[in-house]
Design a protein around this ligand. Structure first.
Ligand code: G1P
Length: 292
């Protein structure tokens, strides 16, 4: 049965225009904006790879080829680095290729997240898979994707990552309701995309990590676009939940909204404070500016 299969594939939707980050994203995909010196998308692929994912499927759009280039072999660069004695950098570049096998498909029309996932149907096939959204960076050990896969293997139902948010923030997320069935684990009974404060079933927000059974594609195909013309992943999941059940998991770790200007700055500072080559100077600098 498909649900007993190991999770080997991850879909990363990366077709969005990145309007929240203009003008930086006028000619550069938002996924390539770096946290210190590592593109956000590489951190996401690393999380997937560290969790046992072998194949990453990017759903891209116009102007996004640099994402695919980034995960391509660059033998000339590696050779040049070695010839000039920069072995450490050669390894840094080579490591990118070892993360996962990368394939891609284009989303031809901007028809929302659900449609983007549907574009990967033929590359995913008949097996459960991960979806990772590039805006959500999660610093966690074990990685958030690994935590989700563990929950899926235990409960054998599709899983969404959840995080509690303030009641004034529910309007920015998919929001879930349900009953606790184990520590941090919920059996979900409702999912609403960006509800009003009054309509929100709880303050448990969907963060961009999903384990989905392949049946989701049938539900996506049957989902009508919303009034913005977008096919919402949450709408398809909500209908699948009624038939197949759905698990919510309040992951442990720190999430950053890297698609938001302030969240991006927070992520840079937080990841910087964990980097041995940056942390001492960054701490001294922060102390200095906060005291003056
Ligand atoms: C998407 C999903 C939403 C989810 C959010 C997490 O929304 O539609 O359900 O809560 O990602 O980041 P977006 O932020 O793309 O509008």
């Amino acid at each position: 049965m498909a649900s007993k299969q190991r999770i080997r594939k991850a879909v990363i939707p990366a077709a969005g225009l990145g309007t929240r980050f203009l003008p930086a994203t006028k000619a550069i995909p938002k996924e390539m904006l770096p946290i210190i010196d590592v593109p956000t998308v590489q951190l996401i692929v690393k999380e997937a790879s560290d969790s046992g994912i072998e194949e990453v499927i990017f759903v891209t759009g116009r102007g996004k080829s640099s994402i695919i280039d980034h995960f391509d072999m660059h033998t000339d660069l590696v050779r040049k680095l070695r010839e000039t004695g920069k072995e450490d950098l050669a390894l840094v570049v080579e490591e990118i290729n070892d993360l996962a096998r990368v394939t891609s498909v284009r989303q031809q029309e901007p028809k929302g997240l659900g449609h983007a996932v549907l574009c990967a149907k033929h590359l995913v096939g008949d097996e459960p898979f991960m979806v990772l959204l590039g805006d959500d960076l999660v610093n966690a050990s074990p990685p958030c994707t690994q935590q989700m896969i563990d929950v899926f293997e235990k409960h054998q139902k599709s899983v969404v990552a959840l995080q509690r948010v303030g009641s004034d923030e529910v309007t920015d997320f998919g929001i879930c309701g349900g009953q606790t069935i184990a520590d941090r684990v919920y059996e979900l009974d409702s999912m609403v995309e960006k509800p009003s404060e009054e309509d929100a079933p709880s303050n448990l927000a969907i963060v961009g990590r999903y384990v989905l059974k392949p049946e989701i594609f049938e539900y996506l195909e049957a989902t009508e676009p919303d009034d913005q013309g977008e096919i919402q992943l949450t709408d398809a999941m909500a209908r699948m939940m009624k038939v197949d059940g759905f698990t919510g998991y309040e992951f442990s770790g720190k999430r950053f909204d890297a698609g938001d200007k302030f969240g991006f700055l927070q992520a840079n500072i937080s990841y910087g404070l964990k980097r041995r080559d940056i942390a001492p100077r960054l701490k001294a600098y922060l102390r200095d500016i906060l005291n003056n």
